[in-house]
Ligand binder design. Sequence first.
Ligand code: GAR
Length: 193
Amino acid sequence: MYNIVVFASGNGSTLQSIIDAISENKLEANIPLVVSNNPKAFALERAKKANIPTYLIKEKDNEKMDAELVQVLDKYNIDLIVLAGYLKLIGKGLLSKYTIINTHPALLPKYGGKGMYGMNVHRAVIANHDDYSGVTLHYVNSEYDRGPTIMQTSVKVLPTDTPEDLATRVQTAEKIQLVEVLKSFVQNAYNIK
Ligand code: GAR
C-alpha cells in the first residue's frame, strides 16, 4: 500500500479530503500518521476520528524539530509526505530522506513565502484586485513555497468576492487537484514496482 504521511497545522479540511478519497476508494493509499506542530489543530481530531495515529511535535526550534521528525518517521514505511496547511519550514534531514509536496492556495510564485498562508493569501489577492487566483501543488525544498511546481489550477476571482468566498472556491479546487495528483503518484509507484 502507498503510504502518505500528512502534516497539518490547522483545521485539516485538506487532510479530510485525502481521508475521504481513501475511504471512498478513489485513492488507493494509506495514511499511517498525521503530524502536527499545533496541539489545538482540528486536523488532529479529524485523524483520531478516522483512527489514524497522530504525532504532536515537541521541539520548537527548527533544527531540533527536523531531527525529532527524522527519528519519529524512521519507524514508518513512507512513500510521500504531504503538507496540508502545515506552517513550519521543513528541515534538511527530512528533505534528504523523503519526497515532500505542499499545496498552496495561490498561483505561485505570486503570494508565496513566509507569512503567506491561508486567509492572508486570499485577503492579499482581493486587495490587489487580481482577476485570477488558484492553487499550486509543488515539491518542497528548503525555502517556503519555492520548490518545483507539479500542477496549478486557476480560480476566477469574482468582483463580489470576499476573502472568505474566494477561500471557499480555492479550497474546493485545491482538494480536487490534490487527490488527482495523489492518484497519479500512486499510479506511478505501482508502475515502477
Ligand atoms: C489550505 O488552503 C492550504 O493550501 C493552506 O492552508 C489551508 C489549510 O486548510 N496552506 C498554506 O497556505 C501553506 N502556505 P485546512 O487546515 O482546512 O486544510
